[in-house]
Design a binder for this molecule. Structure first.
Ligand code: FMN
Length: 174
């Protein structure tokens, strides 16, 4: 069983990547090893080199990680009321339908605003279902992300801990 956490933005120093690292650490503590695939690592000219049946040497290891993954966690920031465009470009560049077909995913939304990307997570759920990627019913929305990490980059607020722990425990069994 191979698990991959997708850090779903290429923005440098993103809270998304911090949260991906936190999920990786907590899952490891619970006995589940997961890799992180950050969209920071996409080829910079992806829209020229890897869309519409083109394939660059740089993208091959990324495709390979996705192809070998059975279960995904997508950590998804809210950009203009939805999920980031770079996440859709990434998905459009991957092999279809094999990359996600009949696999499983958990979704985590975050934002600097109040609502933790509820709408973007709903939008992305529609994309997942189109690809036959089964979405775990418990989705997490973390708003005001700037107030959520302590000095060690751990989550610490009790309600956030309660929901993220429940999601991870359910994801391990999913
Ligand atoms: C292009 C862009 C659009 C954004 N749109 C929203 C938004 O619609 N709502 C919101 O609450 N925050 C918005 N933000 C702020 C992000 O939620 C914030 O940066 C947060 O830390 C998560 O994104 P990050 O992983 O890039 O840090 C936006 C940020 C960017 C870069």
């Amino acid at each position: 069983m191979t698990t991959t956490i997708i850090s779903s933005t290429n923005r440098p120093n993103s809270s998304t990547f911090k949260l991906a690292q936190y999920y990786q650490k907590r899952l490891a503590e619970k006995g589940m090893e997961a890799g992180i695939l950050s969209l920071m690592d996409l080829p910079p000219n992806l829209i020229q080199t890897d869309l519409y049946k083109k394939r660059s040497a740089e993208f091959l290891p990324i495709q390979d990680i996705v192809s070998k993954t059975d279960k995904f966690i997508f950590i998804i920031p809210e950009y203009n009321g939805s999920f980031p465009g770079v996440l859709k470009v990434f998905i459009d560049a991957l092999d279809f339908p094999g990359s996600f077909y009949e696999k499983k995913a958990a979704l985590v939304g975050l934002s600097s605003g109040k609502y933790g990307n509820i709408r973007g997570i709903d939008h992305f759920t529609g994309v997942c279902h189109y690809m036959h990627l089964e979405v775990m019913p418990l989705k997490i929305h973390i708003g005001s992300i700037n107030k959520e990490f302590d000095e060690h980059n751990n989550l610490y607020q009790s309600d956030t801990l309660q929901y993220t722990e429940e999601q991870m425990d359910k994801f391990i069994l999913f």
